[in-house]
Design a protein around this ligand. Structure first.
Ligand code: FAD
Length: 569
């Protein structure tokens, strides 16, 4: 039997991240959860063993059910009938399989019928499932909404709604409107409190909503009349009823199985989550960060599927009397795919573990005061999460697109035909750098870590002093040189005190530091796993020259060049 977890050994390596011990101990409250819940692990190895088993189940369902269904889901798609969305038949079977396996509330606490698994395992499940069908993961992955409910909603809301996810209820995250896409501060769907009905009522239009017909939705709406920015927005929970009309399901390039809806709210009753006015500023930021991590997993999963298809094809296809994988032009593409996937993957799980630490501390803080050491660790993990989350969304989605492009290239004309799955991966890949904030918006979020020196501090204070095996030292030296260039380029841009010049070079600076961070993470991984050394060497060589190009471009660029870039628009 095929298994998308067991056939990819590196996943087990990431499941055993060095910080996992801390995460498990915190999640299990020093293993006191076992006194209350039969299924809670007794000790660390017991926890890891059960995560492993669950990943095996996810791997098996992905390979045996979801992957074989993917083609029919892609051609059939969902349908809108009498104001209800009907999933493709394969999607229904996929959901049923995960539901039967009890995999619907991965990370929620046990008191709400969740499994209390670390976020890292949930992100890994997203990667594995996306290798089978990326569109399906959009529906399944919306259980993220439950995390926001757990973090910010009242106890009453948590008790009522969180257990519903374990029973298979689906979710939606409803933010975007026709005039509010990247700029969510412009959201205008209105929320008014009705004193007579003792409830909030929502009115307006939302568009591009994944799984809009879900059972439970989180909705960003304007609760403060007369306001026009983010401070007038609150977050609401809406339970599907007849007040919402699904106007249409979008006809899309990819992720066809995932229904993208335009919807109209007419006096739709809703409950407020947390405090008024904090909808965008606090709650949606947290919701989107979780979803961005999920898209990181989705991107790595699609990329893995692309690499495997391309490799299989290249080993079978013969031209000029040779299998095409023997041509340098082809094997270079294949090897770069493999290496880029691993670089994105190490950043993905590094980010996930930091998110795990700080989110678990924030849950513990509701039960007791944190010690000063705990507070320090929570703060540090939050700092890492804040800058690594946009970075992984950017890197993984852009890599995924490049890898899907090359996978088609390796297939030649065959790749352009609808008969091979690689065309679906290519179409599915395209959305990853658009939704949950475009690549450009990830740069806007990550550049803060460049300008305030956070990335540089992490590199200098944590990565550079790390002791490594002597055979890895030469790579560390290269990364130190790349860091020096990054520092010089950043200083030059910041010293102009010209925001437009900074925006112009922002993506270059973020990508430069992203390459350095992934390089350090990869050598740290190689220190634990010798198999990764060769890959790390190839990656560092590749990004060294990329960074050099970006460095030269920044250093040769001047503020007076900017008007030329506006000439043609
Ligand atoms: C298939 C699909 C599913 C989706 N699912 C959901 C969902 O479930 N829930 C939900 O709420 N939304 C969802 N969305 C919406 C999605 O998040 C938005 O499409 C996305 O954030 C971009 O917004 P936009 O389409 O309005 O593009 P725009 O904001 O109009 O952007 C257009 C271009 O301008 C650039 N740009 C805009 N502002 C800036 C800036 N400040 N700096 C630099 N460049 C900028 C962008 O990068 C982009 O290249 C979905 C969209 C799609 C296509």
């Amino acid at each position: 039997m095929a298994n998308f977890y067991l056939d990819n050994e590196i996943l087990k390596f990431h499941l055993n991240h060095p910080m996992m011990k801390t995460v498990v101990r915190l999640r299990e409250r020093d293993f006191t959860q076992k006194d209350k819940y039969d299924f809670a692990p007794l000790y660390y190895e017991d926890a890891i063993d059960s995560y492993n088993k669950v990943m095996e189940i996810v791997g098996e369902i992905s390979a045996d059910i979801i992957d074989p269904n993917a083609e029919s889901v892609d051609s059939e798609g969902p349908q809108l009938i009498n104001n209800r969305v009907h999933y493709a038949a394969g999607t229904v079977r996929n959901l049923q399989a995960l539901n039967d396996a009890g995999l619907n509330s991965f990370t929620y606490p046990r008191e709400f019928k969740g499994s209390n698994f670390p976020i890292l395992t949930y992100v890994m499940a997203a990667e594995i499932l996306s290798r089978a069908d990326a569109g399906f993961v959009n529906i399944y992955g919306l259980q993220d909404c439950g995390e926001t409910i757990r973090e910010f909603a009242s106890q009453e809301i948590k008790e009522k709604y969180l257990p519903m996810f374990a029973e298979g209820k689906t979710a939606a995250m409803i933010l975007t409107e026709p005039d509010a896409g990247s700029d969510l501060q412009a959201v205008s769907l209105s929320a008014k409190y009705d004193e007579g009905k003792k409830t909030w009522l929502l009115n307006g239009v939302k568009r591009f909503i994944t799984n809009g017909d879900a059972d439970i939705s989180l909705i960003l709406a304007r609760s403060e009349e007369g306001t026009s920015d983010g401070r007038g927005l609150s977050l609401f929970l809406y339970e599907r009823d007849k007040t919402v009309t699904i106007r249409r399901i979008e006809h899309k390039l990819g992720i066809v199985g995932s229904p993208t809806c335009e919807m109209v709210f007419k006096d739709s009753p809703a409950l407020i989550i947390g405090e008024r006015r904090l909808g965008l500023i606090k709650y949606v930021m947290s919701l989107m960060n979780a979803a961005r991590l999920g898209i990181g997993g989705q991107s790595v999963g699609i990329a893995e599927a692309c690499y495997r298809e391309a490799l299989k094809y290249a080993k079978e296809r013969e031209q000029f009397g040779k299998k095409i994988n023997n041509f340098p032009a082809v094997y270079e593409m294949l090897t770069n795919m493999k290496v880029m996937i691993q670089a994105a993957r190490t950043l993905l799980y590094e980010t996930a573990i930091h998110v795990d630490v700080y989110k678990t501390f924030s849950a513990i803080e509701e039960e007791r005061k944190l010690t000063p050491e705990e507070k320090q660790l929570a703060k540090k993990s939050q700092k890492y999460s804040d800058i690594f989350t946009p970075l992984i969304k950017l890197v993984a989605s852009e890599y995924c697109n490049k890898i899907a492009y090359d996978a088609i290239q390796i297939h030649g004309g065959t790749g352009f035909m609808m008969d091979f799955p690689v065309q679906r991966y290519y179409r599915d890949a395209r959305i990853t750098s658009i939704y949950e904030g475009t690549t450009q918006l990830q740069v806007v979020a990550a550049i803060r870590g460049v300008t305030n020196g956070t990335f540089l501090n992490i590199i200098k204070e944590e990565y550079q002093p790390k002791e490594l095996k002597p055979e890895l030292e030469f790579m560390k030296k290269t990364l130190a040189e790349m860091t020096e260039e990054y520092e010089i380029a950043t200083k030059k841009v910041i010293e102009t005190k010209d925001n437009e010049f900074l925006d112009f070079h922002a993506r270059r600076l973020v990508e430069m530091v992203g390459n350095i961070v992934m390089g350090y993470l990869m050598i740290t991984d190689s220190n634990r796993n010798e198999e990764l050394k060769r890959m790390t060497e190839i990656f560092i060589k590749k990004v060294k020259s990329e960074n050099k190009n970006m460095f030269n471009y920044v250093m040769e660029s001047e503020q007076k060049d900017i008007p030329s870039f506006k000439y043609y628009i």
